[in-house]
Design a protein around this ligand. Structure first.
Ligand code: AQP
Length: 321
């Protein structure tokens, strides 16, 4: 059974990505699972090529530094030739109506001055990510469930029209972890692409910086450390982060903390501790670029080998190649 998950280098990895995804991938991932840096997905809106390359490299190191099996990790564009070939076959299996109906496309394209064609066809590339290695399960949040549904539809359609080539994948909803919010604006989630970094704690932030960001976290004037997400979103967010680090419920985490000042110091300490080894391992990997390149090349080779047989039969069945 193969599970597949990706993370897009649209910015630097933050503590929300780590607590909500990477840590779980490291703890629960099996040897045959695949985790990839989806750098090609970062191209659907304006971006800087040098920054994308640097972010992808750093993200690869953070994935491995987080404890994910290096043999399960690869960078999407390292198998770009296979993926692009399969994407063309799937684009010719998919209808314009199907992609233009995608909620995420509608959200991201509404009001945009120019819309890249890749923004429309991105779910088809995502279908290739899933179908090429024959993933059985794709853990996704609500926002991506529709895309996995499309991958299922395309797999079934190809299988019945041209011949059996694809595993029909299943979307699985991971256990709902805390949705970590931006420390400076607790009304929105912590996100990689947020321009104002004051409320975003990056996995590779130095401990001093982490402490500073928590000290400045937006709370309220009540100075009452209780878990009441509706009334005290900033405080609730800090308690969720603390609970995620200490393995407690946010309510339990609040016990014995008498002031916001103490709460902020306690969360900062817990996050620094939680990230200490991850940061150290990641920094070691980044300090040895040749070693990281070797790990990357091995991951790419394994991913390519895994897809080669399926791609060959897809091309044969489709009457090309
Ligand atoms: N704030 C968050 N709290 C908990 N989990 C989070 N994830 C993202 N933000 C939080 C989880 O991280 C994984 C990787 O996500 P992605 O690259 O597919 O994109 P995303 O969810 O859109 O991540 P970001 O950080 O919010 O980036 P941008 O700014 O590009 O939108 C996913 O498993 C996600 O649930």
């Amino acid at each position: 059974m193969t599970r597949l998950s990706g993370i897009t280098p649209s910015g630097r990895v933050h503590v929300g990505n780590y607590l909500g995804a990477l840590r779980r991938w490291a703890r629960e991932g099996a040897a045959e699972d695949l985790y990839f840096v989806s750098d090609m997905h970062a191209m659907t809106t304006a971006y800087n090529p040098q920054r994308l390359r640097a972010l992808s490299k750093e993200m690869l190191a953070v994935l491995i530094g987080s404890g994910i099996n290096p043999r399960s990790v690869f960078v999407q564009s390292d198998i770009a030739t296979q993926l692009s070939t399969l994407t063309w076959v799937l684009e010719c299996t998919c209808t314009f109506g199907e992609v233009s109906r995608m909620t995420q496309f509608k959200e991201k394209s509404t009001g945009a001055k120019t819309i890249r064609l890749g923004l429309l066809t991105y779910p088809v590339l995502m279908a290739s990510d899933i179908l090429l290695p024959g993933a059985d399960e794709v853990p996704v949040g609500d926002d991506q469930a529709q895309h996995v549904e499309l991958a299922r539809a395309l797999a079934r359609r190809f299988n019945t029209t041209y011949g059996e080539a694809f595993v029909v994948p299943k979307a699985v909803m991971p256990k709902v972890g805390a949705r970590i919010r931006d420390l400076a604006s607790p009304d929105r989630k912590m996100a990689k692409s947020t321009r104002d970094e004051a409320g975003v704690v990056f996995v590779l932030d130095e401990p001093d910086m982490i402490r500073r960001k928590f000290r400045r976290a937006v709370t309220d004037t009540a100075d009452r450390v209780e878990y009441r997400p509706e009334h005290q979103p900033g405080v609730a967010n800090l308690l969720e982060i603390l609970g995620a680090c200490t393995g407690q419920s946010p309510k339990k985490a609040a016990e014995g903390i008498g002031s916001y000042r103490v709460l902020k110091e306690t969360v900062a300490d817990a996050v620094i501790e939680e990230l200490r080894d991850v940061r150290k391992r990641t920094q070691d990997l980044l300090a040895d670029p040749a070693g990281l390149d070797r790990i990357r090349a091995t991951g790419a080779e394994r991913a390519a080998q895994r897809g080669a047989h399926r791609l060959a039969s897809v091309l044969r069945l489709a009457g090309i190649g």
